[in-house]
Write a protein that binds this ligand. Structure first.
Ligand SMILES: C[S@@+](CC[C@H](N)C(=O)[O-])C[C@H]1O[C@@H](n2cnc3c(N)ncnc32)[C@H](O)[C@@H]1O
Length: 390
């Protein structure tokens, strides 16, 4: 069994390339195709900028349904969306709803924030004590986001704006002044697929997250590596299909950075909705997935049984009766559940710790943990979609 690494130790904060070096050493050339060596590169970034800055005026201009949010939006979020300016909403190109609960007072970073829909949603949820930074490389998108900064703060009743928009690349957050260990939550909505250097993005994410912090993002994933001609097709790439992450390469990528377990929160198949694109890429199944990964030193590469029990004590807004950690762990309020060491860490050593009680520690080991749905909760589509928790 490989030596367990951890998100904290594996990422050298002094070197943005450390993850790349790690990855190359650990995974060989297989992943290069997914990391930009054979991808669209810097020229591709300019094309993406032009697409989201100039070609698209609103979501009706999209040519496929990949960048259309198909996930159900919680009622509280719907209510907040009704307080967000129409111009911002019209330029929303997300594929999910990457806003987890328990955000009061948090510092949130939105990668590829576009016109700012999720930034403003998070702004309302973190409250005036929290702060949200939106990063995007496209000036036109940020111009829309910034135009509403003061009026949104007034609408939410904040004494001053609790958001900041920074123009630049998610591959180099240091250049935007985002420090090591400074962010509670990184979110992103249908953006990472567009990056020609995905390992740099994830390296940066784990650099800026505080210990115990969370990455929670929605993106387009594929059930296989895409053929070169699809990866290089401009429309497929710009519409978030050509750069879709193959789920197993994503797992390897996180693993190479020392993050040994991630969890799938939701997954739905994308109906492309464009006959021409379907004719080109019909052999691939694409999914919109929302995924969470924590920066935790204690995660192991498979679920291990230490006889630990966890229960949700309630207290998270909008979650009085249950809390869903992922697609196969639903904690019913007050009901003890046997959990593996990784799940115990995710609910105890993160911002969720104040809402959970974990009984037991890792002093006694009982072997691998059966994290099948019977042990872990109700199965949904792709119940075993997590990093190691299957
Ligand atoms: C599909 S849109 C999604 C926008 C936003 N997340 C939303 O849900 O409306 C992709 C956005 O990511 C931005 N983007 C793409 N690649 C980027 C990169 N490498 N660095 C920063 N922003 C990027 C684009 O400018 C665009 O605004």
């Amino acid at each position: 069994m490989p030596e367990p690494a951890c998100c904290l130790n594996a990422v050298n904060p002094n070197s943005a390339n450390s993850g790349l070096a790690n990855l190359a050493a650990n995974q060989g050339a297989n992943l290069d195709a997914d990391l930009g060596a054979a991808g669209p590169g810097a020229a591709g970034l300019d094309a993406v900028k032009a697409y989201y800055g100039k070609t698209l005026r609103d979501s009706a201009d999209l040519q496929t349904k990949a960048c259309c949010c198909s996930e159900s939006i919680p009622p509280t979020h719907r209510a907040i969306l009704s307080e967000i300016d129409e111009e911002i909403l019209n330029r929303f190109y997300g594929c999910g709803s990457p806003i987890p609960p328990a955000l009061g007072g948090c510092t949130v970073l939105d990668l590829g924030c576009g016109s700012g829909r999720d930034v403003y949603l998070a702004s309302r949820l973190v409250g005036p004590e929290g702060f949200v930074i939106g990063v995007d490389m496209t000036g036109e998108q940020l111009a829309v986001a910034r135009r509403h900064q003061d009026s949104q703060a007034r609408r939410f009743g904040w004494p001053r704006s609790n958001v900041d928009f920074r123009q630049g690349y998610m591959e180099d957050l240091a250049a935007l002044g985002i420090r090591d260990n400074s962010v509670d939550l990184v979110i992103s909505n249908c953006v990472i697929n567009l990056s020609p250097a995905k390992e740099r993005v994830f390296t940066e994410i784990f650099r800026v997250l505080k210990p115990g912090g969370e990455l929670y993002f929605s993106d387009v994933f594929a059930d296989r590596r895409l053929p070169q001609e699809l990866r290089h097709d401009p429309i497929l790439h710009e519409e978030c299909i050509g750069g879709a992450l193959y789920i197993e390469d994503f797992r390897r990528l996180l693993r190479g950075l020392g993050c040994l377990d991630y969890r799938v929160v939701s997954r739905s198949r994308i109906a492309i909705g464009n006959p021409q694109v379907e004719a080109q890429a019909g052999m691939v199944d694409f999914y919109s997935m929302t995924v969470r990964a924590f920066k935790l030193a204690s995660l192991e590469d498979i679920c291990e049984d230490y006889g630990q029990v966890a229960y949700y004590q309630g207290g998270i807004a909008d979650h009085p009766f249950q809390f869903g950690l992922d697609d196969h762990h639903t904690f019913v309020t007050g009901k003890p559940m046997l959990v593996c060491g990784n799940t115990a860490a995710m609910v105890e050593e993160t911002r969720f710790g104040r809402y959970f009680k974990v009984i037991g520690d890792r002093s006694v080991h009982y072997g691998p943990f059966d994290c099948s749905p019977a042990a872990g909760g109700k199965p949904e589509e792709g119940a075993c979609g997590g990093g190691s928790c299957c």
